[in-house]
Ligand binder design. Structure first.
Ligand SMILES: [Zn+2]
Length: 387
């Protein structure tokens, strides 16, 4: 991760860059930010920036020796500590963990989690526990980790100006490990930086808080989230703006919202495909069953399903008239509608749309969906066969 890969957070990035430019980097820093704000990727980008051999203004170069090692998270002077627990996944990944699991046993899984998340480095505590298959347990940072830290930091920096230790979720330390960390923070370590990334600083020892410099990572601006949803997820501007607001600064929440919407659209599309297939095959009984299945979806879903059907019918009609460029179809929708187009023409398009609109009206007026939808399915079938 480079700073430019971080979504929003301009102010935080600026203040981190300034520390490096002034050559005054506090040796222990605590980045505090709720899930999905990007506190962890900020720590990665900061570590990379500090050790980059050819910084270009306010970002790392991305291609020097240090940056290349950071690309794979295999930099010999950058260490990671994060919550873990006993897990079969770590054993499968080739680590011998025994009774004392520590972060190092999970490094291959950690690298995979960080590097394959979209965007890179954005994932939640729960997602991490799922990845290492301890979903029903909580991870923790044990006192054995402290011994590891001391061992690692006792070596001189291999090739960079700083040794950096990134600890994700220090609130997962128990009293023993927290006290051990405290001792480490009290000692001056030459050219060593501690970056703690916390979602719950109130659970940390006061003495740890007082030895770290806090950096507040605010929620991501809704406009920044919307722009990301548009450019990366291909969301339309209105949806992107809506989810940008509903996410309340949490990018992971925005991704969840888009995913759910995507699943719903997928369901509407497959119901449309079913209805049209049953219609041109004139399968009465199954058409009625289709109507009964849709009857239990809930009114809002039913309306959305019908509106989506109108869109697909209109676009299929456009295709049947040979005007490809007016149809807003892509992927599987385009593939189906192209085949389906011969069944929509001047003889039935108006009536098909009218059927959909009538059903929407009846649903809005609290009509009984168990009557509306079987009737709707049979009417559509008749119209399709008229083509
Ligand atoms: Zn570099």
């Amino acid at each position: 991760m480079l700073f430019k890969d971080i979504i929003g957070q301009q102010a935080v990035k600026r203040s981190l860059v300034k520390m490096v430019e002034r050559g005054r980097i506090p040796h222990a820093q605590l980045l505090v930010g709720d899930e999905g704000r990007g506190a962890l990727p900020l720590a990665f980008a900061f570590a990379r920036y500090i050790n980059c051999e050819a910084r270009a203004g306010d970002d790392a170069c991305g291609c020097c020796r240090s940056c290349v090692q950071m690309n794979q998270l295999i930099h010999p002077d950058v260490h990671f500590i994060f919550p873990v627990n006993k897990s079969k996944a770590a054993t499968r990944a080739g680590s011998v963990e025994g009774d004392k699991p520590v972060s190092d046993h999970f490094l291959p899984l950690w690298r995979e989690q960080v590097l394959t998340s979209v965007p890179e480095g954005y994932f939640s505590e729960q997602m991490w526990y799922q990845a290492i298959e301890i979903d029903n347990k909580q991870g923790n940072i044990s006192r054995h980790e402290a011994a590891e830290i001391i061992r690692k930091l006792s070596f001189k920096a291999f090739e960079s100006s700083y040794k950096i230790l990134i600890m994700w979720l220090p609130e997962r330390m128990n009293d023993q490990s927290a006290n051990a960390l405290l001792k480490i923070l009290e000692e001056p370590w030459e050219k060593t930086l501690f970056l703690l990334v916390s979602e719950a600083p109130e659970r940390l020892l006061k003495t740890i808080l007082s030895r770290t410099q806090e950096i507040h990572v605010p929620g991501i601006e809704s406009g920044e989230i919307a722009r990301w949803l548009e450019t990366v997820k291909g969301a339309d501007p209105a949806t992107a703006a809506l989810y940008g607001k509903l996410a309340f600064g949490n990018l992971l929440e925005a991704i969840r919202l888009t995913g759910e919407a995507g699943e719903r659209e997928e369901e509407f599309f497959s119901l449309f495909v079913q209805l049209m297939r049953l219609s041109y095959e004139d399968r009465h009984l199954e058409l009625i069953e289709w109507g009964e299945a849709v009857a239990v979806l809930g009114r809002e879903n039913q309306k959305a399903l019908l509106e989506n059907a109108v869109r697909l019918l209109r676009d299929s009609y456009m295709l049947s008239m040979g005007v490809d460029e007016v149809a807003y179809l892509h992927g599987q929708e385009y593939a189906f509608c192209k085949k389906f187009a011969p069944y929509v023409n001047n003889r039935n398009i108006e009536a098909l749309v009218a059927e959909c609109e009538r059903a929407v009206r009846e649903i809005a007026q609290n009509g009984n969906p168990r009557i509306i939808f079987p009737h709707f399915a049979l009417s559509v079938s008749k119209l399709i066969l008229r083509a």
